[in-house]
Design a protein around this ligand. Structure first.
Ligand code: NDP
Ligand code: OXD
Length: 310
């Protein structure tokens, strides 16, 4: 039987532990930092494990990220090398990310913050029309989540295009690659949705130069990682009217520091890294399946390409 060490950010991991024990009551699961003898541990299930801790398990055979993103593991300078890393790919998560994107595109398009403010003042504004056909979504990252989001937005009747490292064949969704492709897509996108992984190549991808290519009065949505947005460039673009509003779920520093200017900026809709939720029973079942696969030497689900960094 494998021994699993589990660490779920700031939270207790009992939800996962219960689900794993429902599936296999014999599993030995130790919640960090109560790890016992580190030499017993062969599987690590982690979200935001403090750096340096994974290196303390000499017999580790598999690392499982309890998130879709793996930057929390790969940024650990002491991450043990040569051990497979798998991540969450969960249909429930993809659906809830799609809801986050749809909700915020519509909130920004329909200017709900403005109408909420009018309501507070008991003001009944003059009639006006909102043209849904004017929405052109561009998604940065057409991977597991980005492609689900693209299809859901398309099913809502929105025009959608996307940018990724490799070309995609998604019916009715133009696919762009490379620096030229990004510029071309930005020029015809007024709702830019970021669902990229955090890698050296994606840091700062949403910056003043990119905003300047977009039509005036465009919107930015980020549920990828905070590092992909140059936050000061967003504020400057909002002040200049180049960008009309934003919806952010991820930030350079999380939790967002109390003194951060975004807190008071009503042009920015904020959610606290809650865009997508996982379905714990489904994810626990996939993790258990991966443990079995690892033991049998079969291909793993959600295997991360360590070279690409996602
Ligand atoms: P995937 O690995 O399935 O998709 C990543 C996509 O980004 C792929 O299409 C990939 O291209 C593209 N990409 C990567 N690097 C580049 C690059 N340099 N240039 C252009 N495109 C690039 O990941 P997921 O869709 O599952 O998740 C994406 C990210 O979403 C996660 O890494 C995480 O940071 C974030 N996330 C945030 C959550 C939240 O609650 N806010 C929840 C879950 C995830 P290609 O297809 O060609 O490889
Ligand atoms: C993430 C997640 O990667 O919540 O942010 O899965």
């Amino acid at each position: 039987m494998p021994t699993i060490v589990i660490k779920l950010g700031q939270e207790r991991a009992e939800g996962y532990i219960n689900e794993l024990h429902k599936l296999d009551p014999d599993l030995e699961i130790r919640e960090w930092p109560e790890v016992g003898d580190p030499a017993d541990v062969d599987i690590a299930m982690v979200w935001k494990m403090p750096h340096g801790e994974l290196a303390k398990f000499p017999n580790l055979k598999l690392i499982m990220s309890m998130a879709a993103g793996v930057d929390h593991v790969l940024s650990d300078p002491q991450m043990p090398r040569g051990i497979p890393l798998v991540r969450v790919t969960d249909a429930h998560m993809a659906r809830s990310m799609s809801h986050w994107a749809a909700m915020n595109i519509l909130r920004l398009h329909r200017e709900t913050a403005h109408y909420d403010a009018l309501r507070q003042r008991r003001e009944w504004p003059p009639e006006r029309a909102f043209d849904a056909d004017a929405i052109q979504v561009g998604i940065l990252g057409l991977g597991y989540l980005g492609s689900h989001v693209a299809r859901m937005l398309q099913a809502m009747g929105l025009k959608v295009q996307g940018w990724s490292r490799t070309a995609k064949q998604l019916d009715g969704i133009p696919s762009f690659q490379g620096a030229d492709g990004l510029r071309e897509m930005a020029a015809s996108t007024n709702f830019l949705v970021c669902l990229l992984p955090n890698t050296p190549a994606t840091v700062g991808v949403m910056n003043a130069a990119l905003f300047a290519l977009m039509p005036r009065g465009s919107y930015i949505l980020n549920a990828g990682r905070g590092a992909q947005l140059v936050e000061a460039d967003l504020t400057a673009a909002l002040n200049a009217g180049q960008i009309a509003g934003a919806a952010l779920d991820v930030f350079t520093v999380e939790p967002l520091p109390e003194a951060h200017p975004f807190w008071d900026d009503t042009r920015i809709i904020m959610t606290p890294h809650h865009a997508a939720e996982v379905h714990v029973p489904a994810v626990a079942a996939t993790f258990l399946d991966n443990i079995q696969r690892c033991r049998d030497g079969r291909p793993l689900q959600g295997l991360v390409n360590l070279e690409a960094g996602y």
